[in-house]
Design a protein around this ligand. Structure first.
Ligand code: AMP
Ligand code: MG
Length: 352
């Protein structure tokens, strides 16, 4: 069913943005709202029908659970039946902020939210506008990223509009997202926190706060369709532009050699290619179409999804990603691996 999609610019009229977003959520409607990570597509987390509309609007697989957002600690008990000591430490250290913490689910949270799991991921977002909307609505807000399933997450309201126009009644435009990749997802039901999805909050920061950390092996492996997953989101190819994305890792010069070779073959066949890399490698690609991701991990996080969308906007057929794992960080590497599917090439020992 198509509907009229209204956009409110929060910097022009914040009060009306908060009021209308809260009212829409209370009435069982969907609202696109900004967070510090990416734009979210929110619904009342207590309302199974409203939550089902999220899955429909995104075309999201039913078995991929949603993160529930709260605005203050007093409301945690609405969502969680049990909060471990590990979870409390993480909340104290990083909330409000870009980390979702998996805890035992309260009976008030319907199965539609948790995809039938006994646990639920909870987050208190750092973005003031997001917290103001959730607080005004007075309910926990279930929200995945506001993109069509499989496409790069939205870091501008325009991205969400492109994907969801006609499918949601309201978009709150709060400007570009500061972080740019989705929250770190941590399973805190055990003694040692386990990172299921890397984000701006790094393993080192989590170790410091909780005294230990594990990174799930699925984080840096390619999406595996039939694997039984600790986190259902792990098994899907995500964030993919229409263009073929290939990742090259290894020695800088070897990588550049491989990419030049591929780029040249593409040109010979009339295919339009582009290279993605950090600023410091831009000089290795004279004469190539180039989209740079900035100086390091933080810049690359903020630029990645916008850049993946640009690849399609500019009509490229192939994108070559010059990986520098140490400098780009886990979150960027995890997202680009998901975007590329199986196409990872170790330069120097090229095989696919
Ligand atoms: P998104 O909403 O698109 O940011 O995706 C949410 C991510 O959190 C997905 O990868 C989910 O699989 C993961 N997630 C949410 N709830 C749980 C849970 N209870 N247990 C494990 N992973 C979860
Ligand atoms: Mg998502």
């Amino acid at each position: 069913m198509m509907m009229k999609t209204k956009t409110i610019f929060a910097w022009k009229d914040r009060e009306s943005a908060v009021a209308q977003a809260a009212e829409t959520l209370q009435n069982g409607g969907l609202v696109v709202f900004p967070t510090e990570t990416v734009y979210g597509l929110g619904a009342n987390a207590f309302d199974a029908d409203a939550v089902r509309h999220i899955f429909e609007a995104k075309g999201r697989p039913q078995d991929n659970p949603l993160i529930v957002h709260i605005a203050d600690m007093e409301r945690l008990a609405d969502v969680a039946a049990e909060v471990s000591e590990t979870a409390r430490r993480l909340m104290k250290a990083f909330w409000p902020g870009p980390i979702s913490i998996i805890v035992k689910k309260s009976a008030r949270i319907p199965d539609a939210v948790s995809a039938g799991l006994e646990t639920v991921a909870v987050r208190m977002p750092g973005n003031d506008l997001a917290r103001a909307i959730i607080a005004r609505a007075g309910i926990p807000v279930a929200a995945p990223s506001a993109n069509t399933s499989g496409k790069p997450s939205p870091t501008l309201a325009r991205h969400a509009y492109e994907d969801l126009c006609g499918k949601v009644p309201l978009i709150i435009d709060g400007g570009p997202c500061r972080v740019g990749v989705e929250s770190t997802v941590v399973d805190a039901t055990g003694e040692v926190p386990v990172i299921l999805r890397p984000g701006d909050i790094t393993p080192e920061m989590i170790r410091e706060a909780a005294g230990g950390v594990r990174v799930h092996h699925g984080v840096m492996s390619e999406a595996q369709k039939d694997e039984v997953c600790a986190s259902p989101g792990m098994k899907y190819k995500h964030y993919a532009p229409k263009a073929n994305v290939t990742i090259f890792t290894g020695d800088k010069k070897e990588v550049a050699k491989c990419i030049h070779f591929r780029y040249y073959s593409d040109s010979m066949q009339g295919r339009k290619a582009v290279v993605l890399c950090l600023d410091e490698c831009a000089g290795l690609y004279p004469g190539c179409e180039l989209l740079t991701l900035g100086a390091g991990a933080k810049d690359a996080e903020a630029a990645l999804f916008r850049t993946l969308r640009e690849i399609d906007e500019q009509g490229f057929d192939a994108a070559y990603f010059h990986a520098q794992e140490e400098k780009m960080g886990l979150a960027v590497m995890n997202r680009i691996i998901r975007a590329a599917g199986h196409r990872i090439v170790a330069a120097g020992e090229e095989k696919e």
